[in-house]
Design a protein around this ligand. Structure first.
Ligand code: ADP
Ligand code: ASP
Ligand code: MG
Length: 412
């Protein structure tokens, strides 16, 4: 019999009826003799509702109080699910993150897990109880409540699975696995039976929110078998694997990820001297703003242009910082910006051994009349920045160009 960590996301516990359905499922596994630790998210919409309440009071609440507030969502679901399990004669106990002693650093709203004391969970499991743990939250060394960033319950589940050396970490959600792209955007998207950790990390970091990126990194680092499955229907879902040598022919492109949360800033006509990139980007990083893609033009006339992207929520602040930089550096032109852009990426380990992938991508976008504003590549991905209004068209065009869909759906 196996030790399983099963995580149920917001939609899967969105109503008391759904919580009862989750309890039915967990009881079935328990009756088969498995030891079960369940991790749950807040009921769908609850975390956003709580953030909204805080913003009614002040625009930028202190991160410590935000964590005290948003961690309450998960506390509701652990209690309700434990009740539903007990009603079915399935012994269960709920625990908040601090009760399990999920110790994190003190970076409120995006804390990292440092240590987990699995002793208490083991005692419950030995006594035949299902352990129900609140996702997304922990406590720092001073006893302050912390949270792990949006989507962080995935990371709680993987971290518990690693600490307990579980046989599998199962992420139950509202889709039945990882698809070639978001099935809500492309009807013909196809479920993958397997995807490598490397690809999943890229997909997650480039915008596929089906798994929080940290959860995938954590699972890769600690060798946790990780699977994404549907809460609502049976099936094997998608297994995240280490690169499988037995697969003779990898598809060149495995998936398409996209991200709307992007904004672009350009500083033009700055003197092209050693240290100019540093002079431009250091004030941005000092303001705690993360930079994603960076492009510097080849200088002409001893001057150059510099463009980079930031998270859309940082756009206004980044523009203010950059305006000051432009004044300090004596830039010849005004800073310009655009916060209606999106990033589309193709991902695949097969790209390592294939030429011509970029050409296929650029051809597909050009056929649709979509202008590419920025490009960045790595060994297993190509990302482009385009106008946000063309995002869905671009994703569909690329999905079809790389023949990722169900053959019937795309007429192949
Ligand atoms: P949960 O609340 O269970 O954590 P999320 O909303 O965080 O669920 O993640 C599931 C969602 O991820 C799906 O509803 C789907 O729209 C989205 N998604 C984005 N990209 C993909 C992909 N490649 N495969 C599957 N789902 C994806
Ligand atoms: N409830 C948190 C969120 O909405 C964490 C999670 O669902 O994983 O981001
Ligand atoms: Mg999620």
């Amino acid at each position: 019999m196996a030790l399983l960590v099963q995580k149920f996301g917001g939609t899967s516990v969105g109503t008391t009826e759904r919580i009862e359905a989750v309890a039915d499922k967990v009881c079935r596994f328990r009756k088969e003799g498995h030891d079960i630790v369940v991790v749950v998210s807040a009921m769908s919409g609850e975390t956003n509702r709580l953030i909204g309440l805080a913003q009614n009071i002040m625009e930028e609440p202190t991160p410590r109080e935000m964590d005290v507030l948003v961690s309450t969502g998960e506390q509701v679901t652990i209690a309700l699910l434990s009740m539903a399990l007990q009603k079915r004669g399935c012994e269960a106990r709920s625990y908040t993150g601090s009760q399990v002693r999920i110790l994190t650093d003190s970076t409120h709203t995006k804390a990292r897990i440092r240590q987990i004391d699995e002793q208490r969970m083991r005692e419950d499991l030995t006594a035949g109880r299902v352990v129900v743990v609140a996702g997304f939250q922990g406590t720092d060394e001073h006893g302050n409540i912390t949270t792990l960033g949006r989507g962080g319950s995935d990371t709680t589940a993987v971290a518990l699975a690693a600490a307990l050396k579980a046989d599998e970490c199962q992420i139950y959600t509202d889709v039945d696995g990882v698809y070639t792209t978001d099935p809500r955007v492309v009807d013909s998207a196809r479920r993958l039976d397997q995807i490598t950790f490397e690809e999943m990390i890229e997909m997650a970091s480039l915008g596929s929110k089906v798994l929080q990126i940290r959860s995938v990194e954590f699972a890769g680092k600690y060798n946790v078998p990780l699977r994404v499955l549907s809460s609502f229907q049976d099936g094997g879902g998608t297994l995240i694997t280490f690169e499988d040598e037995s697969v003779m022919e990898q598809p060149v492109v495995s998936g398409i990820a996209f991200n709307r949360d992007e904004a672009k800033l350009t500083i033009s006509g700055v003197p092209d001297t050693p240290g100019s990139a540093l002079n431009i980007l250091k004030p941005i990083s000092d303001a705690n703003i993360e930079v994603d893609m960076i492009v510097q033009n080849v200088g002409a006339d001893n001057h150059t242009d510099f463009t980079f992207t930031v998270h859309r929520s940082d756009y206004k602040r980044a523009k203010e910082v950059l305006d000051q930089v432009a004044r300090d550096l004596g830039a010849r032109e005004e800073v310009s910006g655009d916060n209606k852009i999106a990033k589309v990426s193709i991902v695949g380990v097969g790209m390592r051994s294939h030429a011509g992938v970029a050409t296929t991508m650029f051809e597909a976008l050009s056929r649709e009349g979509i202008n590419i504003q920025m490009i960045s590549t790595s060994e297993i991905k190509i990302s482009v920045v385009i106008a946000e209004k063309y995002l869905e068209l671009a994703v569909r065009a690329l999905h079809s160009a790389f023949e990722l869909g169900e053959p019937d759906a795309e007429g192949q």
